[in-house]
Design a protein around this ligand. Sequence first.
Ligand code: CP
Length: 320
Amino acid sequence: MKTFFHVSDIGDLGAALDEARQVKATPFAWKHLGENKTIMLVFFNSSLRTRLSSQKAALNLGMNPIVLNIGQDSWKLETEMGVVMDGDRSEHLREAIPVMTSYCDIIGIRSFAGLSDRESDYNEPILSQFIQYGHKPVISLESATVHPCQAFADLITIEEYRRKKRPKVVMTWAPHPKALPQAVPNSFAEWMNAADVDFVITQPQGYELDPRFAGNARIEYDQMKALEGADFVYAKNWSCPGVTDPSKYGQILSKDMGWTVDERHMAVTDNAYFMHCLPVRRNMIVSDSVIDAPTSLVIPEAANRVVSAQVVMKRMLESL
Ligand code: CP
């Protein structure tokens, strides 16, 4: 495996879930694979889970993880080509990437969407430069449009807790005070479309995800109707994807608190489990009562981030 951005990169999902089970049961069984190998984890943006779970996964595999916070531990990096570098960015990615990859065997990148230029964000400019100039396996640790380590962990969690062969999984938009990227909902939709689940997306008008990710998911604009009989409720905020009107890309179109997932919403489900990738704004995205209920999976879901990252790193080490 040379890149991990999309569900297609992991191949057969059944095999990947089997491997996840094995990794979870015996996390140190592949420690020899990472001997004398280094993974560099480069963060252009803040993180709690991704940073720690990636480090833990690397350590479980016997690798040396190096974490770099761009702009805090390093020089500020210019990412655009052709610019006159007369501002506060002292180094260009064009040099920084090959330097960083000369010190490691695998590289992971976190770089959020700018949310001002849809075309630029959806071309994944930073990730693309790491592929072009790095010549090492690249993992998206949440880039402009995808968060595959999260979506894989979400699928592992659904597999662990499902009570039906083909559960109903509903991803619901929920309000948030800040404009957030579409990476998490994009990847969750992409992975659910590939999994054996009944997948529904519910959102206010204008929040339609890019068809490359929404795929054949059922779209239901009536949130309560969408949640009826759900086995898993996956809440997430995202800003306007700008599919039909690119001028609205990255904007907040609604802060309707009626979409906050509370007991009224959960009551129409089939005693559904609640999921969220975290960090979560309590009583914006979800009520205290729902996130604190025994049916909340937010902590096991976060714990599975080690498992998903470890499967991906293991496969990359095996293909070096
Ligand atoms: N879910 C997730 O990626 O969390 P962090 O932003 O804290 O890494």
